[in-house]
Design a protein around this ligand. Structure first.
Ligand code: FAD
Length: 469
């Protein structure tokens, strides 16, 4: 690709742009092109670090004029690496850090570069929170636009269920509001349909009373007890009230003060929990989990909600190589348990993880037509996370995740959570939505982005590629 369109874009943007414009060789360029997944190493022609809606609007207009490949960056966490491109323009929202909490209406207006940890920090000042995810460095933008599953989702719904409105810069460069009353079709599509329809500069969320403490932590068992633990997890989780979210995971123990020293380097199975309700009632509900099968360690107790939200961060640092394969599950059948344990035993890397997250609750009570996040009936989300450091170990780790996923398929349900997808092709994007939702998204794409300017994402292809709105 020639450099000309990028040079022209830079010349056009430079006079009025408030944020930084970074080209290869500029100080800060290498840090700005890095994303969470260390496998992704791309060199954009220009990175436009936006400081406001004016910068975003100018950047998208120039990208359209110059026919530049566009990547949009929120938190830069997505495993597929779509927040950065080779050669084209990155519209980087990460400097947009405004968070405005209104305790009287229990709402927050949040700019597109905010991370979950930053949002929790502000909302918890008022004893409030909304559904986020499990790792505090994830961006609110990508998480919400894909759905948003976290410790509060069974009680309060997904992150996108708590979205009240969004300010969006469309591919045509217009600034619009999307809500139940304004542009309701766009609002439907933003809640699960990802970054296909525009760049969201501000998210308005509904907040809930949470904390300051929740009852949370995990029980740990040796992998040899995995079959009994996963079977218990399945039954326990499905019978629990919505205040409880439980996640089972298999991982390799590091040196942790709460684990017996002889477990270091061994595979363990853990059930992590969050009870977001009355603490005494939580103690009663969690008692069977804590007494079942004599855990190696039990670190469940009242902790600040913000500590829960950042507690798993050290296990998922930026820069490691990541390859994930995921599906929804309707149940954790005996076959699923056998496949999971077989593959968990032969994880090639000590950083890899296999987890099953319980869903249902408030997630299921929203009708599948109400938002583009459609697979409301899934009971569990399963994910094999291959994580490694040495690039020469890539083939072995990718093969492990693929083999694991294949082995789980006979026991899996319909679909996949769009935010867990890597670069897996158009069929998998369709699977993430199901045919009816995908058709509706494609019609919306025709209206808002018929030229597919925003295509570096889990792409919903316009049905009339190249047509004008
Ligand atoms: C360690 C880790 C833990 C995770 N845990 C959870 C979890 O608990 N629950 C959960 O639901 N998900 C989880 N995820 C998945 C996460 O939701 C997605 O990776 C999400 O896309 C990250 O959003 P981001 O803004 O950080 O990513 P980015 O990589 O910046 O963006 C992701 C996609 O959204 C688009 N996009 C970003 N910002 C905007 C915007 N403002 N407007 C329009 N489009 C935009 C991008 O172009 C890209 O296609 C996790 C991911 C990681 C890596």
């Amino acid at each position: 690709m020639t450099d000309e369109p990028v040079t022209a874009a830079l010349a056009e943007l430079a006079p009025d742009f408030r944020g930084e414009l970074l080209r290869p060789g500029d100080g800060g360029y290498d840090a700005a092109r890095r994303v969470w997944n260390g496998m992704i190493d791309r060199r954009p022609g220009l990175i436009a670090r936006c400081t406001g809606v004016g910068d975003v609007q100018a950047a998208i207009r120039v990208a359209r004029e110059q026919r530049l490949l566009v990547a949009v960056r929120g938190g830069g966490h997505n495993v597929a690496g779509n927040a950065v491109c080779d050669d084209g323009l990155v519209i980087d929202l990460s400097p947009l850090k405004g968070i405005f909490v209104d305790p009287s209406s229990r709402t927050a207006r949040v700019q597109g570069g905010v991370t979950l940890g930053e949002l929790d920090r502000e909302t918890q000042r008022f004893g409030l929170a909304t559904t986020g995810g499990l790792i505090s460095t994830t961006g609110v933008a990508g998480l919400t636009l894909g759905g948003g599953l976290g410790w509060l989702a069974r009680k309060f719904g997904t992150a996108c269920d708590n979205l009240l409105s969004a300010q969006v810069v469309t591919p045509a460069g217009e600034i619009v509001t999307a809500s139940e009353s304004e542009n309701p079709d766009l609002f439907w599509g933003l809640r699960g349909g990802g970054g296909n329809f525009g760049i969201v500069t501000t998210f308005e969320y509904r907040l809930h009373r949470v904390g300051p403490e929740v009852l949370a932590g995990a029980v740990f068992h040796p992998l040899e007890r995995g079959e009994a633990v996963l079977r218990f997890f399945h039954d326990f989780a499905r019978e629990a009230p919505d205040e409880l979210t439980a996640i089972a995971q298999v991982f390799t123990a590091g040196p942790a003060p709460f684990l017996p020293p002889e477990t270091e380097g061994r595979r363990l199975v853990a059930i992590g929990v969050c009870w977001a309700g009355d603490l005494d009632e939580g103690e009663r509900v969690l008692a069977p989990l804590r007494s079942s099968g004599s855990p190696l360690a039990d670190v469940i107790g009242p902790i600040p909600y913000t500590a829960l939200q950042s507690g798993s961060d050290p296990a998922f640092p930026a820069g490691r190589h990541n390859y994930w394969k995921s599906s929804y599950l309707n149940e954790i059948s005996d076959g699923a348990i056998a496949a999971a344990l077989e593959y968990a035993e032969r994880m090639p890397s000590p950083y890899s993880v296999f987890y099953v997250e319980h869903l249902e609750g408030a997630i299921r009570r929203v009708s599948p037509e109400e938002t583009a996040f459609a697979h409301r009936d899934a009971a569990f989300d399963f994910n094999a996370l291959a994580v490694w450091e040495d690039p020469s170990d890539t083939d072995e780790n990718v093969a492990w995740a693929r083999g694991f996923w294949e082995a789980m398929q006979p026991h899996a349900g319909r679909g996949v959570y769009v935010n867990n997808l890597g670069v897996e092709g158009q069929d998998r994007v369709r699977e993430a939505y199901g045919e009816a939702t995908y058709a509706r998204l494609a019609a919306l794409k025709d209206r808002f982005d018929p030229e597919n300017l925003l295509r570096l994402n889990q792409n919903v292809e316009p049905s009339r590629a190249g047509a004008v709105a």
